[in-house]
Design a binder for this molecule. Structure first.
Ligand SMILES: Nc1ncnc2c1ncn2[C@@H]1O[C@H](COP(=O)(O)OP(=O)(O)OP(=O)(O)O)[C@@H](O)[C@H]1O
Length: 296
């Protein structure tokens, strides 16, 4: 039995002359919270459509647990999906909508659903046509999280939520992780991905440019280091990983550090360092680095 919730092999999709997705190899371990990032047009929604069996791959394949994603009837017994643009039935109330979605999904935890309705401050008595974008998103989120689906596929699920609700969303993702559910989260909100995801994939122009644990990504990318010293300045020229050394005060230097810090630490150990500050890059800085690098 495969322990991945999602596994794609050479997954490709062509729309006429546009290669929207180019041989994607992606493994999402079961039980992980996985971020799926990329600028507009990178191929995120195309990937999600292929995973859901809503589009057919031009080449390659995708599996949801042990089922080919084209086998929609079986694959959807293990997943719940929140689309980027949630459309609700205009004439059904929120309560009726949740009832309906509960019956079509892979099972429903009614008690948890009621708790989520409270936490997301949802008024279920109104008809769908009166819900704002954010409230439609909340209905879809509650419906998805209240299933016992082993895999939740969320496509930009919080773009319409206010900061309080965003916090509630993050808490709910944490609870899904505790239950052992897998969360696949496509998002433009990098702080959100940073807060909830264990692992991320970065897509650009249909290609995977990075896939790594969030902690490793931070470690491998540029950190800003500030050193205060007494006496002679540490000699940092030519030290592997050290770049753009700047003097920022009479006894203070700043430099960027990429990769393992050992060579820089050895160089600093030879000086009388009185203070050391390391600023690790945010996911946003890392993302912009990738984006600028490949668009240059
Ligand atoms: N049905 C379609 N017909 C033709 N081209 C398409 C179709 N769907 C997507 N594309 C193209 O495929 C590429 C990837 O689009 P996709 O919607 O997957 O990107 P995305 O990463 O989801 O972007 P966004 O962040 O803006 O939602 C784009 O160049 C897009 O124009």
């Amino acid at each position: 039995m495969d322990t991945s919730a999602i596994r794609t092999e050479g997954l490709s999709k062509r729309y006429g002359r546009i290669l929207a997705l180019d041989a994607l190899n992606l493994t999402v371990p079961a039980g992980s919270v996985f971020g799926f990032l990329g600028p507009n047009g990178a191929g995120k929604s195309t990937t999600i459509r292929l995973l859901l069996g809503m589009a057919r791959p031009t080449a390659g394949s995708a599996r949801i647990f042990d089922t080919d994603s084209r086998n929609v009837r079986v694959a959807h017994q293990s997943l719940a999906y929140v689309p980027a643009d949630v459309a609700l039935w205009p004439g059904l109330t929120g309560a009726e909508t949740l009832e309906l979605l509960g019956r079509t999904g892979p099972g429903f935890d009614h008690e948890y659903r009621d708790e989520l309705v409270e936490r997301f401050a949802l008024d279920l008595s109104k008809p769908g046509r009166t819900y704002s974008t954010g409230n439609r998103q909340k209905v879809a989120l509650v419906a998805a999280f209240a299933t016992r689906a082993p895999l939740l596929v969320l496509d930009e699920p919080t773009s319409g939520l206010d900061p309080l609700m965003e916090r509630e969303f993050q808490r709910t993702v944490g609870q899904a992780r505790e239950r052992g559910q897998t969360v696949f989260l496509s998002s433009h909100q990098l702080a959100e991905v940073e807060a909830v995801c264990d692992r991320v994939a970065i897509l650009r122009a249909g290609r995977l440019v990075e896939i790594a644990d969030v902690a490793d990504l931070r470690r491998l990318h540029r950190s800003q280091v500030e050193v205060t010293f007494a006496g002679t300045a540490p000699r940092l020229a030519g030290v592997p990983g050290v770049e753009t050394v700047e003097v920022v005060g009479p006894a203070r230097l700043r430099f960027t550090l990429t990769g393992p810090p050992a060579p820089a630490l050895r160089a600093l150990a030879n000086a009388d360092v009185t203070a050391l500050e390391v600023h690790e890059p945010t996911l946003e800085e890392i993302f912009l680095d990738y984006y600028n690098e490949v668009s240059r």
